[in-house]
Design a protein around this ligand. Structure first.
Ligand code: GDP
Length: 314
C-alpha cells in the first residue's frame, strides 16, 4: 500500500470524517493533509463555529459523539439550557458545553489576529493530531441557500433551523471570488501523490472547496490522480440532504451524476458495489463496499481505495 505517498483529502463533515478515520489508521498520519470545507462556518452568539473542521478534529482525536458523528462524546448542554431558561434565547443551534471550549479558544485566537489556518493548526496540535488539518481558505465564504419557501438562507439556518426541509433553488458561495487559496493548501495539493475527494455532500461540502479560485485549476493540472468516493449508495444518501438536493436540482440520484458533477478534475471514481455500474470516458471506476458502518469498514475502504490507485500504471 501507498505508505510513502502524500495524500491530500478534500472533505466536509460526517461522511468525510468517516473516510478520514480509516485513512489515519491505514497510513502514517504525517502523510495526510485534510482540506476542509468552511462554507458551513458562521458566527453564533459571538463565537466562530466551524462545524466541518470540528467534526474532523473530534473524530481523529477520538472525542466525537459516536451516535451522531458530530459534537463531543458525553457532552452536556448546561450553557444552552441556561440561555433558554434565564434569557429566553432559543437554542436552535446545539452547542455542547465541552464543544464550547473549542469555539471559545478558536474565537479568542482569531480575535488576536491569527488566521483560521493558524488557529486550526494550533487547535489540532493541542489535540495531539499529527495529520495536517487545513481550512479551504481563511476568508469567510458562507454558503447561501436559495429556497422556494423562505428565499435565501444562511447555511446553518437551512440545515439546522429548518432541518433541510425547504426546497433548494440555487446555492451560492458568497465572497468566494475574492477568497485566496492559502499557501499550505496550495503546497499540499502540489506535493500530493494522490488527491481524494471524500464521500461528502458534493453540492454543500465539496462545491465550496472547488469554488475557491485556483483550486480546480490546480487539480486539473496536478500529476497526482484525483479520485472521488461516492456518497450515494443504492439511489440514496447514507445521511443528510444529498439525495434530496439532487432531486430538487433535477438530477437523477445516482453515482454517475456525482462523477459528472466533479467533471474533468477526476481520474478515478470509487463507486459502491450496490450501485448500477456506469462508464464515463476517461474515468477509471471500481465498485467497493463504501458503506462505513464501523471502523473496520472505514479502514477497509481506505486501504482498498489506495491499493486500487496504486495498481494504476502511471
Ligand atoms: P456533513 O457536512 O456533516 O453533512 O457531512 P458530509 O458532507 O461530509 O457528508 C454527507 C454525505 O456523506 C452524505 O451524502 C452521505 O451519503 C455521505 N455518507 C455518510 N456516510 C457514508 C458512508 O458510510 N459511505 C458513503 N459512501 N457515504 C457516506
Amino acid at each position: 500500500m501507498a505508505l510513502d505517498k502524500n495524500i491530500a483529502v478534500l472533505l466536509g463533515g460526517v461522511g468525510g470524517a468517516k473516510l478520514a478515520s480509516g485513512l489515519i489508521e491505514a497510513l502514517p498520519p504525517e502523510r495526510l493533509t485534510f482540506i476542509v470545507n468552511t462554507g458551513d462556518d458562521f458566527w453564533h452568539l459571538g463565537l466562530k463555529i466551524c462545524p466541518d473542521l470540528d467534526t474532523l478534529m473530534y473524530t481523529l482525536a477520538g472525542l466525537v459523539n459516536p451516535d451522531r458523528g458530530w459534537g463531543v462524546i458525553d457532552d452536556t448542554t448546561a450553557a444552552l439550557d441556561s440561555l433558554a431558561r434565564h434569557y429566553q434565547v432559543e437554542p436552535w443551534f446545539r452547542l455542547g458545553d465541552k464543544d464550547l471550549a473549542t469555539h471559545l479558544l478558536r474565537t479568542h485566537w482569531l480575535r488576536q489576529g491569527r488566521s483560521l489556518t493558524e488557529v486550526t493548526t494550533c487547535l489540532a496540535g493541542r489535540l495531539s493530531l499529527r495529520a495536517a488539518i487545513l481550512p479551504m481558505c481563511d476568508a469567510e465564504v458562507p454558503t447561501m441557500v436559495d429556497t422556494l419557501e423562505r428565499g435565501e438562507l444562511g447555511f446553518q439556518e437551512y440545515f439546522v433551523k429548518y432541518a433541510w426541509a425547504p426546497v433548494i433553488r440555487a446555492i451560492r458561495h458568497q465572497n468566494c471570488e475574492s477568497a485566496r487559496l492559502p499557501q499550505p493548501v496550495r503546497e499540499a495539493l502540489e506535493d500530493a501523490d494522490i488527491v481524494l475527494i471524500a464521500p461528502s455532500n458534493p453540492w454543500l461540502s465539496l462545491a465550496p472547496i472547488l469554488a475557491i479560485p485556483g483550486l480546480r485549476d490546480l487539480l486539473q493540472r496536478a500529476a497526482a490522480p484525483v479520485v472521488a468516493v461516492t456518497p450515494i449508495i443504492a439511489g440514496e444518501a447514507v445521511k443528510g440532504p444529498t439525495a434530496k438536493i439532487m432531486r430538487e436540482l433535477g438530477l437523477e440520484v445516482c453515482a454517475r451524476e456525482v462523477a459528472s458533477f466533479y467533471g474533468d478534475i477526476l481520474d478515478g471514481f470509487v463507486d459502491d458495489r450496490r450501485n448500477e455500474p456506469f462508464a464515463i470516458q476517461g474515468l477509471r471506476t471500481i465498485q467497493l463496499n463504501t458503506l462505513m458502518k464501523d471502523q473496520r469498514d472505514k479502514v477497509a475502504l481506505a486501504r482498498a481505495t489506495l491499493d486500487w490507485i496504486g495498481s494504476w500504471a502511471l
